[in-house]
Design a binder for this molecule. Structure first.
Ligand code: FNR
Length: 384
């Protein structure tokens, strides 16, 4: 990893150079007019700090307990479908970087690398993100597979009931199926390192990448449209489904996609162990509220009864501290770690996490806090 990458924006630029445009925009951009994406940055910037002075911060500690497990950083790696397209078996690179940092890695339903391979290649805590399919029985088989692989935490994503409108993917030919086009071909040819180190490695090892968590028989190549009704993401999921999942899954259960206090309250009643307050990185509903703005009301509704994880738009360690001060117990990192993976695989993801860690350590010191337990709403001002 080049030392010129001094912050996440630098890492993002390295990723942009390395990836074909279609893939870079797929990971980097938002939905529709990207008002939500810009809004994430504005929402972080609108929160300011009230630093405390003359507090001994010589021994700063970023450790926390997440879902009963003590870890050195208040972070987890978010599930990102097709992370294996930014680097050969990018999911393994992410899982290893997470393990090295002592934080969980959440495997996506839409992973290019099978959970069996990820579990064999890394020794850190693994979570599994579930997109519920139209045919529930197939999803239940998938969670059984996760259980057999030692996955301890299941994350149900509930905010993706429609196909998000991302017009740049259409223009770039980066829809599933990926269309062969002249511009797409030129895009790839102008990124020979990616073709050589990612695409050709998959092809040499057996062909075009596929979604490894789809049931055999429903496992389309990324170049072919999956038209099977059975594995269409359901748009009919309700709280009853969540309760049924709670019955079936003995491990920790996390509900991802909460932005309303009343939904947070229902999640507590349904018996989940944590919620993720997220706008899906502003990739789904453009104009959805930024999680940092939704957090205070949600934290009040939850009242410490279950864990609160937040994500979307984190680019600086200080962003993380703002989320923690406003009620999150920990924070998920999506694109920042993906940029690192795209730039330099496991070392790149590690570099991105190290940047965030160092920024958190400095900001915590400036705030006059020695550890994360001291951080509360008195350290931040939110716009009214
Ligand atoms: C995602 N995200 C996501 N979430 C999920 O529950 N299932 C998924 O398959 C995906 N896939 C996915 C792909 C890519 C390329 C990105 C960037 C994101 C959302 C992800 O888990 C997380 O909520 C956001 O990425 C957080 O925002 P930041 O950190 O990326 O800004």
């Amino acid at each position: 990893m080049k030392t010129e990458a001094l912050n996440i924006e630098d890492v993002r630029k390295l990723a942009r150079r390395r990836l074909p445009r279609g893939i870079f925009e797929y990971i980097d951009r938002g939905a529709e007019d990207e008002i939500g994406l810009a809004g994430l940055r504005h929402a972080f910037d609108a929160v300011t700090f009230n630093p405390r002075i003359l507090a001994d911060v010589s021994q700063r500690d970023l450790s926390t307990t997440l879902l009963g497990r003590k870890q050195p950083l208040p972070l987890a790696i978010a599930p990102t479908a097709a992370a294996g397209l930014v680097w050969h078996e990018g999911e393994i690179a992410l899982a290893r970087a997470a393990a090295r940092a002592g934080i969980p890695f959440c495997i996506a339903t839409g992973s290019i690398t099978a959970m069996e391979r990820i579990a064999a290649a890394s020794n850190g805590p693994l979570w599994f993100q579930l997109y519920m399919w139209h045919e529930r029985a197939l999803s239940f088989e998938l969670i059984e597979r996760a259980r057999k692989n030692g996955i301890e935490t299941l994350v149900l994503t509930a905010d993706t009931v429609a196909t998000p409108n991302r017009e740049y993917n259409t223009r770039n030919g980066f829809e599933i199926p990926i269309r062969a086009s002249l511009s797409g071909g030129l895009d790839m040819l102008s990124h020979p390192r990616w073709v050589w180190q990612v695409l050709l490695r998959y092809i040499r090892a057996g062909g075009i990448p596929t979604y490894q968590h789809y049931p055999p028989g429903f496992r389309s190549r990324i170049t072919r449209k999956a038209t099977w009704e059975q594995v269409r993401l359901t748009d009919a999921m309700t709280w009853d489904d969540l309760r049924e999942l709670r019955q079936r899954w003995n491990g920790k259960l996390v509900l991802k996609g909460v932005l309303r206090a009343e939904d947070a309250r229902k999640a507590v009643e349904a018996g989940v162990d944590a919620i993720v307050v997220t706008s899906h990185g502003a990739r789904n509903l453009d104009g959805a509220i930024a999680p940092i703005r939704a957090l205070p009301a949600i934290a009040e509704a939850v009242g410490g009864r279950i864990g609160i994880i937040a994500d979307s738009g984190v680019r600086r360690g200080s962003d993380i501290l703002k989320l923690l001060a406003l009620g999150a117990d920990s924070v998920m990192i999506g694109r920042a770690a993906l940029y690192g993976t795209a730039a330099a695989g496991e070392a790149g993801a590690t570099h991105a996490l190290t940047l965030l860690r160092n920024e958190m350590l400095a900001a915590l010191g400036f705030l006059g806090c020695a550890n994360l337990r001291e951080l509360d709403t008195s350290f931040v001002n939110t716009p009214s």
